[in-house]
Design a protein around this ligand. Structure first.
Ligand code: ADP
Ligand code: ZN
Length: 433
């Protein structure tokens, strides 16, 4: 199902023309209304007249999270506060929060972008969606909320936490879809199992998971545990919130609504665009936002883009699964390690629960990598030598994937803290020194 066929299935040539026009209008708007952008462009010797087509985007300056912090709270607004009808702030996963403002038009665009996602997941106005992303300054809750209303579906505005009530209402109201972080979905799956309510009594068919990186193996785990089809939703506060990208039923990459949010992939070192299809840092320019437009915002998310038309009929570009943020990358004994690589391995091993904690430290001038992981209840009582054999198996598998050997600690079932929002799975003690 396609929500906005004109925009989602437009020929690439027409789309690029439209993007060019929208970019030009956005740059003009930003230049004349945001001193920060004007100054940056003047420093580079660029004026709005230099932007004629979407290819000219490379002439524009980049914007970083630091720029948003330096201009905290309202320095990047391009509309007077009388036009700003909503504020949000990033959850601050990586430091001091940043603030974004939306005009009424921006909110309409965002809600439509989320409605596109929901429609791609096969949802209609007949369906109810339990929104278990946090409500408040975080964009997850309200973002999904207005998307469901835009679709005409029924919102169950649960917000996160209160797990027992989540399950009771999901059951009683017959929620067809659940929107939350994949880590909270995992926690809910466990709690549903513990509740003793048979899974058949739930109407749940669709998972709308995002706001943090998750792996294919985690998808399978969630689909099996909840008896659903689990879809990716992608977004970030600086650009809008959830709904910048979504998976279609082919689940062959995450489509980006590039008629609103123009993506580029750059080499984070040289800042040059990478060759088509190559991995690098995702950069977005908003080309329809008026409250707080973003020019070439560096997301720090690492991915690649696929431009071929998708089997679903959409021409919207697809991005491959996000490896993580460049900030998530740990350098351990000189080797680059992403938490998502560790997750992939742990979820392949049958005896383990999908709950883990990564602890990085430095002892005797050497980096150490400890991975705590829970063993499934039915295996936990096994004899010592079986546990030792398992530890060896995990270590050697991780050694071959990561290139360094971790120290595995098998911990009691349910001893690792469960997440209700974005999971915190890495403790890097080295930063404390
Ligand atoms: P914060 O930066 O404080 O976490 P946001 O809520 O704006 O605030 O988080 C946006 C970030 O969350 C993205 O840049 C990305 O790193 C991550 N993210 C969001 N959706 C996904 C997804 N579907 N897959 C992987 N990462 C995601
Ligand atoms: Zn598709």
């Amino acid at each position: 199902m396609i929500w906005n066929e004109t925009m989602e299935c437009m020929s690439r040539e027409d789309l690029r023309k439209l993007q060019g026009m929208r970019l030009k209008a956005t740059v003009e708007h930003a230049y004349h209304n945001t001193p920060f952008y004007r100054k940056k462009m003047q420093e580079m010797g660029v004026t709005p007249d230099d932007i004629e087509s979407i290819d000219d985007i490379v002439k524009l300056p980049f914007t970083t999270k630091q720029d948003l912090r330096d201009n905290y709270p309202f320095g990047l607004m391009a509309a007077p506060m009388s036009e700003i009808v909503r504020l949000h702030a990033s959850s601050g996963t990586t430091g001091k929060p940043i603030v974004v403002g939306y005009t009424r038009t921006d909110l309409g665009i965002w809600a439509e972008a989320v409605a596109r996602c929901l429609c791609a997941y096969g949802l209609t106005k007949h369906d109810s969606v339990q929104v278990s992303y946090g409500y408040g300054m975080f964009t997850g809750g309200l973002g999904l909320h207005y998307g469901v209303e835009n679709l005409g579906g029924t919102v169950i505005p649960m917000s996160s936490g209160n797990t027992q009530k989540q399950i009771a209402l999901m059951h009683d109201f017959g929620a067809k879809a659940l929107a939350c972080t994949p880590s909270y979905a995992l926690y809910l799956a466990e709690a549903i199992h513990d509740s003793g309510i048979p899974r058949e009594e739930f109407q749940l068919k669709v998972g709308i998971f995002g706001a943090e990186p998750w792996t294919e193996n985690m998808r399978r785990e969630l689909e099996e545990k909840l008896g659903i089809k689990a879809y990716d939703i992608y977004g970030l506060t600086e650009v809008a919130g959830p709904g910048v990208g979504f998976e279609c039923s082919y689940q062959n990459g995450t489509h980006l609504s590039e008629d609103h949010f123009y993506p580029e992939i750059i080499d984070p070192e040289t800042l040059e665009p990478v060759a088509p299809g190559q991995h690098g840092e995702l950069v977005f320019t908003t080309i329809t936002k008026t409250g707080m437009p973003m020019l070439r915002y560096r997301t720090r998310d690492l991915t690649s883009l696929i431009y071929e038309k998708c089997e679903c009929g959409r021409t919207l570009v697809r991005m491959t699964r996000i490896l993580g943020r460049s900030d998530d990358m740990m350098i351990i004994r000189g080797v680059n390690v992403f938490p998502s690589q560790i997750e992939s391995v742990i979820l392949e091993i049958n005896e383990l629960e999908p709950h883990y904690l990564i602890i990085v430290d430095r002892k005797n001038n050497t980096d150490t990598l400890e991975i705590q992981v829970e063993m499934k209840e039915e295996f936990y009582s096994d004899e010592m030598n079986k546990i030792l054999e398992l530890k060896k198996r995990i270590t050697s598998r991780l050694q071959s994937v990561l290139g360094i050997g971790p120290d595995i600690k098998i911990v009691e079932p349910r001893s690792i803290e469960r997440s209700q929002g974005k999971a915190k799975r890495v403790i890097d003690k080295r930063v404390l020194y």
